[in-house]
Design a protein around this ligand. Structure first.
Ligand code: AMP
Length: 287
C-alpha cells in the first residue's frame, strides 16, 4: 500500500479528514532506519491509522550544526512507510511549515537548558515548537517517540502535561546495531574508524549498567573509564557529557538515589555529534 503524501496544509487537511478511528503519529526528520521502523510498528499497534511526518526542522539546528548536510532520502523513506502500512506521510517544506519566521515559540524552560540543551541553546525550544505545530496539524490521538532521545521525550511529555495537550505520548526503546551502536540518521556520516570510536558510547553505558547494584557513583565511574579510553582512540571521542539523571526532569541524581534514572552520554567523533542513553533502576543499598 502506498501512503498518501501530503505536501501542503490543504493536502494534509483533506487526507486527515479521510482517516478513521484512532490516529497514531510518528514525527521524524526522515533518513528513516530500523529505529524509526520500530516506532512505526508501535504506532500501527496503537492506531487504526498511522501518520508519519518527515521534516528537517531548521528551528532546532544551531548555526554551526548540520542542517545543510542532514541526510535526505525521501524516496527510500516513503518506501519504508509503504512497507510498514503507513496511511499518510506529511512532508512539508520549510516554507510550508514556516511561511514567516515564527515570533511566538515554545520555551522549554530550565529542562531544555541543561544536559543536551546546555551545549545547544534553543534546540529544545525548536523541537517543542515544531512538535506542537505538528500536533495541531495532524491532530493525533497518540504520538510515538524514541527513548533514544530521552531528554526530548521527557520534554514532550512535560509540554503535554504543562499545556494540557490532548495527545497521549508513547515511548519505544532504543534500537541498536548488533555491536551496540544506537541507530541514528547521523551514523551515515561516520567512517569505519570513526564508527569504531563511536561504539564506546554504548560500551560505556553497558559498563555503567553492570555496576547498578553498587550505586550511582560506581555506575558513573565505570562508564567514565570506557569514555576515557575512547578519548585516547584514533580518531578520538570528544565527550560532551556523561550524566546520571532523573528521567522526568533530567536533573542529576545524587549518590544515594533510589529508583529510576537515565545514564546519558554525548560526544563528537570527527564532526558528528552522537548521543545515547540507557534506563537504570537503583534499588535500596546497604550503607
Ligand atoms: P529523528 O528522525 O532523528 O528526529 O527521530 C525521530 C524519532 O525516532 C524520535 O522520536 C527518535 O527518538 C526516534 N529514534 C531515532 N533513533 C532511534 C533508535 N535508534 N531507536 C528508537 N527510536 C529512535
Amino acid at each position: 500500500m502506498t501512503p498518501v503524501i501530503a505536501r501542503t496544509r490543504e493536502e494534509l487537511a483533506a487526507a486527515r479528514a479521510r482517516l478513521r478511528g484512532t490516529v497514531a503519529f510518528v514525527p521524524t526528520m526522515g533518513a528513516l532506519h530500523a529505529g524509526h521502523r520500530s516506532l512505526i510498528r508501535r504506532a500501527r499497534e496503537l492506531g487504526d491509522a498511522v501518520v508519519v511526518s518527515i521534516f528537517v526542522n531548521p528551528l532546532q539546528f544551531g548555526p554551526n550544526e548540520d542542517l545543510d548536510r542532514y541526510p535526505r532520502t525521501f524516496d527510500d523513506d516513503v518506501a519504508m512507510c509503504a512497507a510498514e502500512g503507513v496511511d499518510l506521510v506529511w512532508a512539508p517544506t520549510p516554507e510550508v511549515m514556516y511561511p514567516v519566521d515564527p515570533q511566538v515559540r515554545l520555551s522549554s524552560g530550565r529542562m531544555g537548558a541543561i544536559v543536551e540543551g546546555a551545549a545547544r541553546p534553543g534546540h529544545f525550544d525548536g523541537v517543542l515548537t515544531v512538535v506542537m505545530k505538528l500536533f495541531h496539524q495532524v491532530r493525533p490521538d497518540v504520538a510515538v517517540f524514541g527513548a533514544k532521545d530521552a531528554q526530548q521525550l521527557a520534554l514532550v511529555r512535560r509540554m503535554v502535561a504543562d499545556l494540557d495537550v490532548p495527545v497521549r505520548i508513547e515511548a519505544v526503546p532504543t534500537v541498536r546495531e548488533p555491536d551496540g551502536l544506537a541507530l541514528s540518521s547521523r551514523n551515515r556520516y561516520l567512517s569505519d574508524a570513526e564508527r569504531a570510536t563511536a561504539r564506546h558510547l554504548s560500551r560505556a553505558l553497558r559498563a555503567g549498567a553492570e555496576r547498578v547494584a553498587d550505586g550511582p557513583a560506581a555506575v558513573l565511574e565505570a562508564a567514565r573509564a570506557v569514555l576515557d579510553e575512547a578519548t585516547r582512540a584514533d580518531p578520538p571521542l570528544h565527550v560532551d557529557y556523561l550524566v546520571l539523571v532523573d528521567p522526568a526532569t533530567f536533573e542529576e541524581v545524587g549518590r544515594d538515589h533510589v529508583g529510576e534514572a537515565v545514564l546519558a552520554v554525548a560526544g563528537k567523533v570527527g564532526t558528528t555529534h552522537l548521543i545515547d542513553n540507557t534506563p537504570l533502576r537503583f534499588g535500596p543499598r546497604e550503607s
